[in-house]
Design a protein around this ligand. Sequence first.
Ligand code: ADP
Length: 624
Amino acid sequence: MSIRIKVILPYLLLTLVVAAAGAYLLTRIVSDQLSERLTNQLLESGRVVMDEFVRKEVAQVEAARLIAFTQGLPEALANGEQRDVENLATPAAGGLGVESLIIVDFQRREMLNLLLQGGVYRSFPRGEFWGQVAMVQELLGSNEAQPLPRRDLIQNAADGDQYYYYTAYPVILDQKVVGVVLAGTSTKTMLPSLRNVSLSDVVLYNRDCRAIGTSSSPLQADPVFLRNQQLSPDLCAQVRESQGIVDGENIFIENRGYRLAYKRLLIAEDNFGVFAVFLPMDFVIQPASLNRDTSVLLMAISMLAVVGIGYGVSRVIINPLFALVRTSEAIAAGDLTKRTGIKSRDEIGTLANSFDVMTDNLQQRTLELERANAALAKIDKTKSDFIQIAAHELRTPLTLLSGYSQILTAKAGANADLEPLAKGMNEGSARMLEVVNSMLDISRIDSNTLKILPEDTRLETVMNKVQRTFKHAWGERKLTLVTNGLAEMPPVYVDPDLMYKMLYHLVMNAIKYTPDGGKITVSAHIMENPREVEILVCDTGIGINQADHQLIFEKFYQTGEVQVHSSGRTKFKGGGPGLGLAIVRGVVEAHGGRVWVESLGHDEVNCPGSCFIVRIPLKQGKPA
Ligand code: ADP
């Protein structure tokens, strides 16, 4: 996973978690606020409705009191003079704007029943009803000198059984109640004004908690609601006893939700009913939704800001890292001129700086190495040139020497004194010629001019030739030569002369580095996948240290001290020019193959032995 994703992903998740938590808290706060607002509004509405009733009460008491104190009215009532009562009270009522005015005498007879309709008072035939009303009876039956006014919600038959809010005021003559004045206002008039002042819809209930009117037009239009809407006895009792507002249920009217709160109608001692205020839920949600929208917008903006800042921060952190990665990749691919270019003063800056310093050093060292390498190559070239020139220069006289020494040997055959001398000269010149030829081989290998002339070659034949070359060694050194698989091996397509040289040097080395009585095994077989011929030359000799396994294939490289070598090409640890294995490698590589040695190490006492392994690919289509 990219580091960018590793940084950004948890950050985004964190942002989302924080946003979700924020949104949850916000919603909680907003909804708590909404509900609090709704409750507060209901409380306020309840208080205002109650105030309005009190104001109405004050006005009605004032009106009733003025009528009760109208000069001559108490006397008229005491005397049962109905006409007088009517003549005195009617003009007074007009001035006071009372909607309904009823006067009852002490014998519970209705003396007056006026109703304001269309701006004029209409008088209604006097019945029995008002004398039987509870608060009238209570006032008439009171023993007090000045009983206090009473109030109630009562249906008025003269106005189609519309409920009225009445205030009853006693008329006193000689410290006796001689009648009662009732001043009333229709709930139909009151409800709209209650709604206006309280800003909420109102339902009025009578003493029994039965709904008698509402300011809500949908409910007003629904007589079923008013008829059936009765508070449960428990709720009714609770509201009537409670001083404060009682939280009600939520109701739905025409798919609109409303929240209700109840309060008793209590003035002085009279607990004459109950009212409910109810507010549509969207009353507060509407203005609050603006806040909610703003909050959501703010939230979205802040989330975008958080994500944006996070992205910026992660870029500031990650970009230098990416620059570092790109530079390191370029350097790994070999472009040592590349630098990070990061200049920041933080940890990444320090890291990048160290990285650049390291690259500087690496570039410097590489340059030095390249220079040294070039110098070495030049020296090597000089050496190769020298070998080539020396070999060429030595070869002609050596050939002469060898030829003459052979003639001398032939001629000295009968002379016992001269014969060993001539033989020694012959052997020495042959050995020197061999070394010079090796030098020529090496210079060909170095200059890539070694020519291979492949043909179908039986390795057994080549090996037999090698065996014959060293025919003296086997007996002298008591060495056993074992060959494996060569006889069965089909002809392989290789250069037979070069194969001879290769086996010649490998077998000669095996002879040289194996103590007397040891064993040399030469084996060969065909390998499949890839199709190759594998030739192994193994001995039971002194072995080679791991550290020398590569180096011995370099020309002139010899392990150990040169002095300890004895002379002679097949003597134990006999000296040599150090060219044998370099020629072997040159020959093998010219055939497209490879050669390596396996040995457990150098030990002249235990003789772990060495195995030289050659693998040469077989040309496709050529016989194996
Ligand atoms: P030379 O034999 O002329 O010294 P070579 O290139 O043939 O040069 O061999 C290089 C060195 O590798 C030898 O000097 C010898 O130390 C080591 N070496 C080669 N063949 C063997 C072997 N069969 N066993 C142990 N050491 C060997």
